[in-house]
Design a binder for this molecule. Structure first.
Ligand code: NI
Length: 220
């Protein structure tokens, strides 16, 4: 399942990140150092560091982890790694698959949180490569795409402007993508029924089903 989540960061939070970059609180260096050997060969982008980076990553991580839609879709145990990356004209990230383990922790889901409006740069789409074709994603600033880390993917070359994004990986309590999707559907159905004020006894039954499916599927 591939899910777009709007408004994870608001305009003020995004402006604060851009200001830190302008004022030198965040600096960028060659990103190939943070890639595995397969990815290193195709990775051409820049990775952030600097005094203000920790604060930015912490704020973004907290916004992501507390977002109800993200929680329902990812069943996150933790964010494994979160980075800020930049692509200038001529930069791209060729086809690769992300590492299954990062620091000894399994990666189940990946996300990209876009920090520039799509009409301010050309190219720079995240392309998820499926057996049934490619899925090109380029979202408004503040929006996030969540997708299974199992997929081959690439970032197409930026030809003008700048692509700025926070990318990261999630260890989910639920290992199977199908089971995670089932829980997501169930959660959405329960939320809709709650809003529709259905009989409490019906909700209790469904909440019991959800709790017991979780109990069966969770890897903690
Ligand atoms: Ni990747």
């Amino acid at each position: 399942m591939l899910l777009n989540i709007a408004d994870v960061l608001d305009a003020a939070a995004i402006a604060a990140i851009h200001n830190e970059i302008k004022s030198g609180g965040v600096v960028f260096t060659d990103g190939s150092a943070t890639a595995g050997w397969q990815a290193k060969a195709v990775k051409k982008n820049e990775q952030a560091s600097g005094a203000a980076l920790d604060g930015i990553i912490q704020k973004a991580s907290s916004a992501i982890l507390t977002h109800p839609l993200f929680r329902a879709a990812a069943n996150p145990k933790q964010l494994v790694k979160v980075m800020l990356s930049r692509y200038k004209p001529g930069m791209a990230y060729g086809t690769h698959v992300d590492n299954a383990l990062m620091g000894g922790i399994r990666t189940d889901l990946s996300f990209t949180l876009f920090l520039k409006e799509p009409d301010t740069y050309e190219g720079g789409a995240l392309v998820i490569e499926g057996n049934d074709g490619d899925n090109e994603i380029k979202l408004p600033a503040g929006s996030l795409v969540l997708y299974p880390t199992t997929a081959l993917h690439h970032v197409s070359e930026v030809t003008s402007g700048e692509r700025l994004a926070i990318v990261g990986w999630v260890r989910s309590y639920i290992r199977s993508h199908e089971d995670r999707e089932t829980l997501f559907d169930l959660e959405n159905a329960i939320s809709s029924l709650r809003l529709a004020n259905v009989d409490r006894a019906i909700l209790d039954r469904l909440l019991k089903v959800k709790a017991n499916l979780l109990r069966g599927w969770v890897e903690d």
